[in-house]
Design a protein around this ligand. Structure first.
Ligand code: NDP
Ligand SMILES: O=C1O[C@H](COP(=O)(O)O)[C@@H](O)[C@H](O)[C@H]1O
Length: 564
């Protein structure tokens, strides 16, 4: 993936002429550093030890880039426009991310930020709302002031032409610039806003415009295709960046390296060796007063149709011819095309209820949230087994599980291998190998395997090969997913963004199930707040050739985790 990063930057160089230099570095003319220039990016010329050193962390890699590499057009300025600047996403994610990128010197020099929303507010008021999420450290006050000096705010309606003309004037005040529009907006205004951006706010001449779109991308296949057709009528696919923030997570990006950078996995990554794959997302809190919003979508649209399915495609896809964005996305689309919609016998739906023994919020069930419509049957938990009907995967269940108000925060992939053939050990002693990729919290990759019990014994026992990031990569700060993705937008790399045909395939898979839920209103199985979800989900897992023995101990001195 680091090669991909390099390629994306090279792509960016040829396509977009963004440059990465310290904000404080004075502008100089392109090519003023002939000894280094672009060749710093060529992997062919890179010393292997340097590549290894770069593999320590993408943050470090980017820091090196920032220090060593000068790309493209030194004069280009950029304006980042946050549409929906007064909202939750802007306050909690977008402004903080821009600040982190800014303070680390990762943004192109001469970047300005303009917030746009209906609220009649000031930049100072907006700043106050964002500060609690910006993780300001001691000594950064001056830099923070500098950052906010680059920010301004325009108040305007989403459907008023003159307001967008004013927004355009504000952008033009910053000089001739590349423009990045971040749509931190509810879907109800997507269409009108993008139309106004297209009509009144596009960059001119050699400057580019990029539009970053946040989910929900529609509610089903038809609405998503309609939105895609609308966006395609206004912008080219190269101008559109559909964010799935899971694609910005370290371990999700690592799947490509793990699979295609290791000789050992290639030959066993198939139906002959893999029994089942489980992709899980768990959150230990409920809707927290946002039930009104959640109820319209449900957990399948919220997490499964996008984040978990994206992970599935990265686990299942064939090796792309290169790490170029289009090559990767072509392979992802091929996998999606091979997946039929799930049948109801492969689906378990749940909804959390209050736990009378719990404390505080745990006592409240989903239906106790006053913003949730009475008697709602919207699932807050779902397990769905999908099948990839191709030569590699035919018959292997890919089970996706996700839920709110569960016992822990966790996102992980479990690849469970088939039983050893012709087992010579004591009956039941040998357990299946399992490769676990823990996305969060505390990134880790571990392979559960059998080993001889140390000492005189000739028994075998479950053990592991363990790559725990916290111990292997001490002191490495993992960048936030949004940091990586927003930087990618500046650099013009679409590797970690969803292409319109991927999106359409994802909706094709889930729309029949979603429509069935809406029309037939199957009652979700109640599960207790703070538990593991309905036991029917475990039953689906075991029907799907995922064997849970409960015998594995990571650190033998630790007691087994109680299964609620
Ligand atoms: N590097 C590291 O940090 C490492 C940490 N560990 C830790 O060791 C502990 C145990 O390892 P783990 O891989 O989870 O191994 P286990 O095989 O013990 O557990 C796997 C998971 O299975 C799920 N489970 C529980 N009951 C059932 C059931 N009846 N049917 C199906 N699934 C069930 C649970 O997750 P769920 O509730 O989500 O279903 C459980 O966490 C974990 O806490 C892990 O994080 C292990 C190795 C390395
Ligand atoms: O997209 C979403 O993701 C979050 C979980 O994101 P994470 O990075 O904290 O794992 C989830 O809470 C939210 O409901 C969903 O819309």
């Amino acid at each position: 993936m680091f090669k991909a990063y390099k390629e994306s930057i090279m792509d960016a160089e040829s396509k977009t002429k963004v440059h990465l230099v310290k904000q404080s570095q004075p502008h100089s003319k392109q090519g003023s550093n002939p000894g280094r220039s672009d060749s710093a990016l060529s992997s062919a010329e890179m010393d292997p030890s340097e590549i290894a050193a770069r593999a320590v962390s993408s943050e470090e890699f980017i820091a090196k880039l920032r220090d060593e590499v000068e790309i493209g057009d030194y004069g280009a300025s950029h304006v980042f426009i946050i549409l929906g600047a007064s909202g939750d996403l802007a306050k909690k994610k977008i402004y903080p991310t821009l600040w982190w990128l800014y303070k680390d010197g990762l943004l192109p020099a001469n970047t300005h930020f303009i917030g746009y929303a209906r609220t009649n507010t000031t930049m100072d008021q907006l700043k106050e709302k964002c500060l609690p999420y910006m993780k300001i450290q001691k000594g950064e006050e001056k830099k923070l002031e500098e950052f906010f000096k680059l920010n301004s705010y325009v108040s305007g309606k989403y459907d008023v032409k003159d307001d967008f003309i004013r927004l355009n004037e504000a952008i033009e005040e910053m000089g001739k610039s590349n423009r990045l529009f971040y749509m931190a907006l509810p879907p109800s205004v997507f269409e009108v806003v993008t139309l106004n951006v297209k009509n009144f706010c596009m960059a001119h001449g050699d400057k580019w415009t990029r539009i970053v779109v946040e989910k929900p991308f529609g509610k089903d296949l038809d609405s998503s295709n309609k939105l895609s057709a609308h966006l395609a009528s206004l912008f080219s696919e190269e101008e559109l960046y559909r964010i799935d923030h899971y694609l910005g997570k370290e371990m999700v990006q690592n799947l490509m390296v793990l699979r295609f950078g290791n000789r050992i996995y290639g030959p066993i990554w198939n139906r002959d060796n893999i029994a089942s794959v489980v992709i899980s997302f768990k959150e230990p809190f409920g809707t927290q007063g946002r039930g009104g919003y959640f109820d319209e979508f449900g957990i399948i649209r919220d997490v499964m149709q996008n984040h978990l399915l994206q992970i599935l495609t990265l686990v299942a896809m064939e090796k792309p011819p290169s790490t170029n964005a289009e090559d990767i996305r072509n392979e992802k689309v091929k996998v999606l095309k091979s997946i039929p919609p799930p049948t109801m016998d492969n689906v378990v739906l749940g909804q959390y209820v209050g736990n009378p023994d719990g404390t505080g919020e745990e006592k409240e069930g989903y239906l106790d949230d006053p913003t949730v419509p009475k008697g709602s049957v919207t699932p807050t938990f779902a397990t769905v087994a999908l099948f990839v009907k191709n030569e590699r995967w035919d018959g292997v269940p890919f089970i996706m599980r996700c839920g709110k108000a569960l016992n822990e925060r966790k996102a992980e992939v479990r690849i469970q291998f088939r039983d050893v053939a012709g087992d010579i050990f004591r009956d039941g002693e040998v357990k299946r190998n399992e490769l676990v990729i823990r996305v969060q919290p505390s990134e880790a990759i571990y392979m559960k395997m059998m080993a001889k019990t140390p000492g005189m014994s000739i028994d075998c026992e479950e053990s592991e090969l363990d790559l725990t990031y916290g111990s292997r990569y001490k002191d490495v700060k993992m960048p936030d997913a949004y940091e990586r993705l927003i930087l990618d937008v500046f650099m013009g790399s679409q590797i970690h963004f969803v292409r319109s045909d991927e999106l359409s395939e994802a909706w094709r898979i889930f729309t029949p199930l979603l429509h069935h839920i809406e029309q037939e209103k199957p009652r979700p199985i109640p599960y207790k707040y703070g538990g593991r979800g309905p036991s029917e989900s475990d039953a689906l897992l075991s029907r799907s050739d995922f064997i849970y023995t409960g015998s594995y101990r990571w650190k033998p001195e630790l007691p087994a985790k109680p299964s609620l």
